[in-house]
Design a binder for this molecule. Structure first.
Ligand code: ZN
Ligand code: ZN
Length: 110
């Protein structure tokens, strides 16, 4: 049996340099086996009871897509303040939305 990865709390078998594959590839890519991808420490989707990582506007991909298509994030009705904010913000960021749509078409929007 191989020794465990030397990272605290990681109990995967070590493969290279005393690290498991995950930690080793992190070290290779980022020079730090403990490096966290920016999205990994990112906020959760701000929709109630949704704990997916927030991708755009603080919403996960699903809720963002809903808002993008329907103007709201789903069953939850936005408060008047939120709704006003959404209406107010949408035109401001049109360039960004177009980019997002372009990315979605190219399947780069993960
Ligand atoms: Zn590890
Ligand atoms: Zn969500």
């Amino acid at each position: 049996m191989k020794p465990e990865c030397s990272i605290n709390d990681c109990h995967t078998d070590s493969e290279v340099r005393g690290w498991c594959r995950t930690h080793y590839s992190r070290w290779q890519r980022h020079g730090d086996p403990m490096y966290l991808l920016p999205e990994a420490k990112d906020v959760e989707c701000s929709v109630n009871d949704c704990h997916k990582p927030g991708r755009a506007r603080g919403w996960c991909k699903k809720h963002y897509g809903r808002w993008f298509r329907h103007g709201d994030t789903g069953k939850r009705t936005p408060t008047n303040d939120e709704y006003r904010e959404l209406l107010h913000m949408k035109p401001v960021d049109d360039g960004f939305w177009n980019q997002v749509v372009a990315c979605q078409k190219e399947r780069l929007w993960v």
